[in-house]
Design a protein around this ligand. Structure first.
Ligand SMILES: Cc1cc2nc3c(=O)[nH]c(=O)nc-3n(C[C@H](O)[C@H](O)[C@H](O)COP(=O)(O)OP(=O)(O)OC[C@H]3O[C@@H](n4cnc5c(N)ncnc54)[C@H](O)[C@@H]3O)c2cc1C
Length: 394
């Protein structure tokens, strides 16, 4: 494990950083392919993928240090094939797909031969923060299903080989279906120009117009879509925390190098108290993020339900923390931090959307508070705890 972390660090420093596009630029599919071949040669490719599918076979409890090293560059995860949305889709396929589906969809994805996308969000008033608002439907037809609906913000859809689609299959339930993008009923629509650049294929609209798939396109069981979404989302939001924490470390390194060398008002910036405050708060944000990620990853490995609940806490904390670290680094670097002279402003564009996707900060805080209230009320009702708020007249 430590050896893999070390090799990933060297690979990212020596091969990936020199290949980064200019701030604001995209990684082309050709360049991504070249970097993935290099990652294979360096033995750092697909750390999270089971060995039988060509990866290093690490379990989730061991992903964080490697993903953080990959995330030191915005394109590092793509080079290692552990970027969103493919990494989350690999995890879902590994845990839910049939053997035949794994051969057809997981193997080429794990080997980096194709890309994929995950299609959940819809134009208003459809699914967004509230998945219950899902409007895309999958209707039974002879020998399969017909999917109708529109999705948007579907990362990686342009150029993807397949999509995992969430569709309503009856009044209460949803089902996940695997759709080949060559299907005549699948169409990539207008591109949504979000502020980030690192995910290949953008975040376009996707249309399902009478998109017919066979029965074997159902991922797992009919009606279990919302449950599988949680299977995917708990780990997927945590791996985002891991990768973006790596980028926050890079931002802090840039800031540390700057305060070391920049002199103002007769002293090195590193000796000015207000600058030290910015640095110290970033170190604290990084360490607390690292700790909550480790705790959550261990929980996901041993008790997925508890881990999934904790992943909300980790997601809120880390998404705010990495944003703050990058923001402080920009502040410490002055005008350079706000221009494309340094990559910090582009890092900010990469991490800002993380406060909205995979459940917004507000959605998670709402869920965290409700969960806390429920757990406390249950403990008091069952008699294992006594109310602590009762007062008596002195
Ligand atoms: C860069 C990027 C990539 C994305 N990739 C994908 C993808 O690959 N696949 C996919 O399916 N979707 C993707 N999304 C969509 C993303 O998941 C949604 O944008 C997100 O779920 C929010 O939905 P919405 O945009 O409809 O906002 P809304 O649902 O309208 O929410 C708007 C705001 O409401 C607030 N809010 C939410 N819940 C509460 C609450 N309980 N109490 C008070 N306020 C609340 C929050 O501030 C939230 O930001 C992506 C989005 C972005 C920006």
């Amino acid at each position: 494990m430590n050896d893999l972390v070390h090799r990933t660090r060297r690979f990212v420093r020596d091969v990936v950083l020199p290949s980064e596009p200019r701030p604001g630029g995209y990684l082309s599919d050709a360049e991504r392919g070249r970097l993935q071949e290099a990652a294979k040669e360096h033995g750092v490719f697909a750390p999270h993928v089971p060995k039988e599918y060509g990866g290093a076979g690490l379990t989730i409890a061991d992903w964080s240090p490697v993903f953080q090293e990959a995330g030191y560059s915005p394109i590092g995860p793509a080079a290692l094939n552990c970027m969103a949305p493919d990494e989350g889709n690999m995890y879902l396929l590994e845990n839910v797909a049939t053997d035949a589906q794994k051969e057809r969809f997981l193997r080429p994805l794990a080997e980096g031969r194709v890309r994929s996308c995950f299609a959940m969000t819809e134009p208003h008033p459809g699914a967004g923060s509230d998945p219950d608002a899902l409007t895309t439907t999958a209707t039974r037809v002879d020998g399969g299903w017909r999917i109708d609906g529109t999705k948007r913000f579907i990362s990686g859809a342009e150029g993807a080989a397949f999509a995992i689609v969430m569709a309503r299959t009856d009044d209460t339930g949803a089902t996940m279906l695997l759709v080949d993008t060559a299907n005549p009923g699948f169409r990539v629509g207008g591109q949504v120009h979000a502020i980030d650049r690192a995910i290949a294929g953008g975040h376009p609209y996707v249309h399902f117009d009478g998109c017919v798939v066979a029965d074997d396109a159902v991922l797992g069981a009919v009606g279990e879509g919302f449950r599988y979404a949680q299977v995917r989302l708990g780990p997927a939001r945590l791996t985002h925390c891991m990768r973006w924490l790596g980028l926050a470390r890079r931002a802090l390194d840039i800031a540390l190098d700057r305060v070391e060398h920049r002199r103002i008002f007769g002293s090195a910036m590193k000796d000015l108290g207000l600058a030290q405050d910015l640095v110290a708060r970033s170190v604290i944000d990084i360490e607390t993020s690292d700790a909550i990620i480790t705790k959550t990853a261990n929980a996901l490995a041993t008790d997925p339900r508890a881990g999934s609940a904790l992943s909300s806490v980790a997601k809120v904390h880390c998404s705010e923390a990495v944003f703050a670290v990058i923001d402080r680094a920009m502040q410490l670097c002055g005008g350079d931090g706000l221009s494309d002279a340094l990559p910090l402003a582009s890092f900010m564009n990469e991490v800002r959307p993380f406060r909205v996707y995979d459940g917004s900060t507000e959605t998670h805080k709402w869920a965290i508070a409700r969960r806390a209230s429920r757990a406390r009320a249950k403990a008091v009702a069952s008699g294992t705890e006594r109310r602590q708020d009762e007062v008596v007249e002195p």
